[in-house]
Design a protein around this ligand. Structure first.
Ligand code: PNS
Length: 164
């Protein structure tokens, strides 16, 4: 049984993330979508909210499990018996940071491979950050996030509270 993890902040999940989840779930027997528990980064949504939105969006994929992790991603991957860390690559601008992370993770856990998947061109410019910025200014983001996420964004920016 070949398991992989797909770690990230997912604050919130976008269709770009979901495209990677669906394709990675086809490649591996089991995929753990792992939400980083990162209160220091002041996320808009709490870990619980992020997991809820992700779980809802991937409920049709039987071999996908959504959970949170803290600490080193390679330790989490080892604990799950994963052979790979999946990351999505959008534009060249993603490359440097991803290269650094993959190199460090490979140093820490040489037995775990980082697998990069190209984001489909339709979502190659979409990020959680740009979605939050547009939503915070009242823009329509329903082309880039599931409906329920768009509703949560609108609610969050209407009340002005953060998830932490
Ligand atoms: O969605 P993001 O914010 O690009 O995801 C970044 C993430 C969660 C993959 C990365 O920050 C991470 O793996 N953090 C866990 C801590 C860790 O293992 N750091 C060393 C890797 S270089």
């Amino acid at each position: 049984m070949k398991a992989a993890i797909y770690p990230g902040s997912f604050d919130p999940v976008t269709y770009g993330h979901l495209d990677i989840v669906a394709r990675a779930a086809d490649l591996f027997d089991k995929l753990y979508v792992a939400v980083l528990n990162n209160p220091a980064k002041s996320p808009l949504f709490s870990v619980h909210e992020r997991i809820e939105m992700l779980s809802d969006a991937v409920s049709h994929l039987a071999n996908v499990c959504v959970e949170s992790f803290s600490g080193l991603v390679v330790e989490y991957a080892r604990a799950r018996g994963a052979i790979a860390i999946v990351r999505g690559l959008r534009a060249v601008s993603d490359f440097e940071a991803e290269f650094k992370m993959a190199s460090m993770n490979s140093h820490l856990a040489p037995e775990i491979e980082t697998v990069f998947m190209m984001t489909v061109s339709e979502y190659s410019f979409v990020s959680s950050s740009i979605v939050k910025e547009v939503a915070s200014l009242g823009g329509d983001v329903r082309a880039y996030v599931p409906e329920r996420v768009a509703v949560r964004l609108a609610e969050r920016f209407a009340t002005g509270s953060s998830g932490v």
